[in-house]
Ligand binder design. Sequence first.
Ligand code: COA
Length: 371
Amino acid sequence: MSPYAHITGWGMCVPQRVVTNEDLSKQVDTSDEWIRERTGIRERHIAGAEESTATLATEAALNALRVANLSPDEVDLIVVSTSSPEHIFPATACLVQDRIGATKAGAFDLLAACSGFIYALNMASQAIRSGSVKNVLVIGSDTLSRLTDWEDRNTCVLFGDGAGAFVLQAGEELGGVVSAVMRSDGSGGDSLSVPAGGSRLPASAETVLNRQHYIHMNGREVYRFATRVMVQATKEAVGKADLTLDDIQLVIPHQANQRILEAALRGLDIPPERCISNVERYGNTSTASIPIAACEAIQQGRLQSGDWIVFVGFGAGLTWGAAVVKWTGPFLPHREIYPASYRAWIKLRSSLLRWLRRVEGWIWGRKFPEI
Ligand code: COA
């Protein structure tokens, strides 16, 4: 029988700096009242100069490994879901691999915007269920503040930065990710996009002048799409797991907007007590919002062993999806495997590898080594 993919570790990381609605109202023509009424957002965390998608992802990953009681060299695969990677390449997942010292892991990025964490969770779970890997780190990390036009009041009030991570491990008993649906509709791609900076419109003075490297959004279109697909995807994933909505103890949705969330709950006939909402304090952290909300739900004791939960999200693409998870646990006691000395060793290891590569270059010059 194929193994199940259990969630055995979880962690999150948000930037230090908090930007309130009041702060934004000094920058653009908006108000705390407007933002709270239309979105439910009060404040968000915004990355500082030393923080980035990879630094947040690394911290979230280390926290998740600590909870799972798993050493980085036991990780087989790292999947980073992000729409704001550090570079086009190398993948942000490779930077995380190096920074946590996951010496035996494959690593790649996945881009499905705010639905990315559901996609990554499902892909990682399928890799475990096929028997090809045992331990996977799934990370959702975004710093959309770096793609935000801080002069555009339509978008700059919505987003925040952050990262969340899960450790998935193979296990024989029924549990973990039990069903999932992933959907897309590329005909709606222009509802939410960053037009330039890719191969279609490479960076030029003109694209910068036209502010095409920033997020462009048709808010009303996205709103209508979101309320529709949240209900559809939840019902589909729950049906696929041979359950009904009454069996679900908790819904952990993508945190984009309190109104979207409430509309979805009405469509599903699920009371607010059975749903996690923290959009007020983080804004829309894109692919990180579901794992961050999950971490907070666990901290608040809202997840018990044996509970059935639904993760559901939507985003640019357009993409959407949902996953049904049977929460298992209790898990092994946490362990401190990352004291300062460990971090120092990982840094040293990375520097040594870089140095070795240089020495190899000096030795071989323009010739290729014979193998
Ligand atoms: N402060 C004050 N006024 C603002 C504003 C802001 N931050 N942003 C927009 N407005 C104005 C608009 O310019 C418009 O003015 P007008 O009527 O004079 O043209 C007015 O408010 C109403 O705009 P509208 O777009 O109808 O507001 P809305 O009720 O649809 O709310 C959103 C706007 C963006 C909050 C809402 O459409 C939404 O949440 N959409 C989904 C976005 C999303 O979740 N994106 C991420 C998906 S992962």
